[in-house]
Write a protein that binds this ligand. Structure first.
Ligand code: GLA
Ligand code: ZN
Length: 683
């Protein structure tokens, strides 16, 4: 639990006093206090200020800021400032500059701009992290470390190339092994010397839009880059831990960001934190899924909402304002799904450069009489009153959806069968179907223990890593229900096809084999014709995108294709395996199918919705702690909506009112319904 020193949901965010004159600082503190802000993230982009040259470190400004805030009861989330290197460093040590996808050496500029394998970057970033930790190790105002900022991007420079070769040697030991894994006899790619291997970019194997001629090298390069950046985090983390072993260390992640394997990162972080920037048209269930994914990185431990805008961004094409109430609603959405902090980018809107039109708690007007400030202050008051009630409470889900970055890379790097196949979209379809039915879900990685779940869904499990098929078989054998889809089980972790019929290693578990895969343009469809309909279900549903032509070999056929030359072939199957069941969905179905299908599965497994009934647009989730449960009701609709609060009495933590049975919730409103003697029996 990170909130020990300050036992409430932290409110605050990125604060850049170094961009302002002294006369503004006291005004900042006055307004922070007014808004109930108790945590400021300092020093995110101040490396150049902290270190004017190779041997000089100047932390006086930070001493002053941390002290000043602390004296007013405001704590610091202390960043290490290494997300943008100083100009002098780039000039003196050009090895710190990245080379881009097109092979162009970058000059100084921007941010998140350091080569992760640059000895200069590694040395200087590790050093300053250590110096900061030494400086503030006894400061009672420093609650947590924020290493760098939003790690990401790749580099294609010579030192990355050399490091990649070392990484490959370590992984494959011999070139024979590498040649085999990458299938290099294809297009005459056999390597005879490690030095012959070059990074996959537009000058070699890859083209714009993630296309590659060699999936093996492109996959390994992604793993390597994710590892390289992670090593940079670890270097700073270790340098900090030498001085402050008990202060948690985090770095802010970016949800479903494609370039890093966050499950691997989560293991190395003391607490997961992430930056949530949905657009106005991002489906709320997509944001919910991302929160759940971030919670999943550390097996359900609470996470930090490190950044969100109080009002608008500047970097979208159309930077709509969050409508009144939406900032509060989305803040609680994060809390409802496991966040123990609500932090913003940014506390005061900057005066110049690219983010001056990015929303902030304190706007350019500079006073507290603004909509955004008032909404923040109202939230601040509520969080104060909630105190420590929700802290460290957990979510208990019996259904899980598997998400895996390496699998995602492999799917996205695949040439064929369809450019329209998007891994995250397919995963979200399944998530959304459960979300719409108020079923709590965990988003899990392939490393997660499956034994505490009743249903595990792995959409588009294209890559089956060593041992994973056995893990799934054990799960199903012991009574679990497993669901997977088209384009699953095709390859191993090197993207080499498992021969003998798809879905390869999953074939015996699923009791089917797939002979061919049809791909149609997105506007075309086939039909899923049910042999038996589900309660309230339809006889026929549409399906799109990919269409596996499968044969049952032991599995029961529950539905067949309705048209084309494969009309009558199975599209939904169920195989009894040990004491469990394994389902195969051979195409990408419409949402209604998934809702009916998953509702039927949940009912069979005794997984009940969090509420008996809720109008569409009302989100529900539940956190539990000790003998208490907290049922969150979030009305995303612009109109009042109803839900069924169940027969047992619950108390709304936000209003103190008691709630039972059919209830109406106002537009954009939130309720946190506490119930003692926690039970899942809300029905
Ligand atoms: C990111 C960064 C912040 C800021 C915001 C703006 O999340 O971490 O420094 O640039 O975006 O939305
Ligand atoms: Zn590099």
């Amino acid at each position: 639990m990170i909130n020990k020193q300050l036992p409430k949901i932290w409110l605050g965010g990125d604060y850049n006093p170094e961009q302002w004159d002294e006369n503004v600082w006291n005004e900042d503190v006055r307004m922070f206090k007014l808004a109930g802000i108790d945590v400021a993230t300092l020093n995110v982009f101040s490396w150049a200020l902290n270190q004017p040259d190779e041997d000089t470190y100047r932390f006086e400004w930070l001493d002053e800021q941390i002290d000043r805030l602390y004296q007013s009861g405001i704590y610091t989330c202390l960043a290490t400032s290494t997300a943008a290197h100083p100009a002098w460093m780039a000039r003196k040590y050009p090895d710190i500059l990245r080379v881009d996808f097109y092979g162009r050496k970058r000059k100084f500029g921007g941010r998140h701009n350091s080569c992760p394998n640059s000895p200069t970057y590694r040395n200087f970033s590790e050093k300053i992290a250590g110096k900061l930790a030494e400086q503030y190790k006894d400061h009672p105002g420093v609650l947590i470390w924020h290493v760098s900022n939003e790690y990401g991007g790749y580099c294609y420079c010579d030192q990355c190339e050399a490091s990649f070769r070392r990484w490959l040697k370590d992984k494959y030991k011999t070139l024979e092994e590498l040649n085999r894994a990458w299938n290099t006899r294809f297009w005459g790619h056999t390597f005879y010397d490690w030095e012959e291997i070059v990074l996959p970019n537009i000058l070699s194997e890859e083209r714009e839009g993630k296309e590659t001629d060699f999936q093996g090298i492109s996959l390994d390069y992604r793993r390597f880059m994710s590892d390289s950046l992670l090593e940079c985090f670890q270097l700073e983390d270790r340098a900090i831990k030498k001085h402050t072993p008990d202060t948690p260390v985090t770095t802010n992640l970016m949800g479903t960001y494609p370039m890093l394997d966050y499950f691997k990162w989560g293991r190395e972080m003391d607490v997961v934190s992430w930056d949530n920037y949905p657009t106005m048209d991002t489906p709320v269930s997509r944001t919910a899924m991302t929160h759940d994914l971030m919670r999943g990185l550390k097996s359900g431990q609470p996470f930090m909402l490190m950044e969100q805008t109080p009002s608008q961004q500047n970097w979208q094409p159309y930077n709509s304002l969050k409508r009144p109430g939406v900032m509060r609603l989305w803040s609680y959405q994060a809390v409802a799904r496991g966040a123990d902090t609500v932090l913003f980018f940014q506390l005061r809107r900057s005066i110049g450069a690219t983010e001056k039109y990015h929303g902030a708690v304190i706007e350019h007007a500079g006073h507290e009489h603004t909509r955004v400030f008032k909404e923040t202050a109202a939230l601040g008051k509520e969080l104060e009153e909630l105190s420590d009630a929700l802290l460290d409470s957990r979510i208990h889900a019996k259904a899980a959806i598997v998400f895996d970055w390496e699998n995602r890379w492999a799917v996205e790097l695949s040439s064929g069968p369809s450019v329209a196949l998007d891994y995250v979209t397919e995963v979200h379809k399944y998530y959304d179907a459960l979300y719409q039915q108020n079923i709590q879900v965990d988003m899990i990685g392939v490393g997660e223990d499956l034994s505490h779940y009743d249903i595990v869904i792995a959409p588009v499990l294209y890559m089956v890593k060593k041992g994973y098929a056995d893990k799934l078989k054990t799960f199903v054998n012991n009574g679990g229900t497993f669901v997977t889809t088209f384009f699953s089980g095709l390859v191993n972790e090197h993207d080499r096809v498992t021969l003998g019929g798809y879905p390869g290693e999953l074939r015996s578990l699923l009791g089917i084999w797939a002979e061919e895969i049809d791909a149609l343009p997105p506007e075309e469809k086939n039909e899923i014709v049910m042999k038996e309909t589900w309660a309230h279900g339809k006889k026929e549903y549409d399906c799109h995108l990919l269409f596996d032509l499968i044969h049952a070999e032991g599995a029961d056929v529950l539905a067949e294709y309705g048209s084309d030359f494969y009309k009558g072939m199975p599209v939904l199957t169920r195989n009894n395996y040990g004491s469990g069941k394994a389902y195969y969905v051979a195409s990408s179905p419409e949402g209604a199918f998934l809702q009916d299908f998953l509702a039927a599965l949940c009912e069979k497994k005794g997984i009940t919705p969090l509420v008996k009934q809720a109008q569409e647009g009302v989100e529900t989730t539940e956190r539990r702690k000790g003998s208490k449960s907290y049922l969150f009701i979030l009305n995303h609709n612009p109109h009042a909506s109803f839900f069924d609060a169940g027969a047992r009495e619950k108390r709304d933590l936000l209003t103190g009112k008691t709630v039972t049975g059919q209830h109406t919730i106002a537009p954009k409103e939130v309720m946190i319904l506490e119930e003692s003697n926690q039970t899942t029996d809300f029905l």
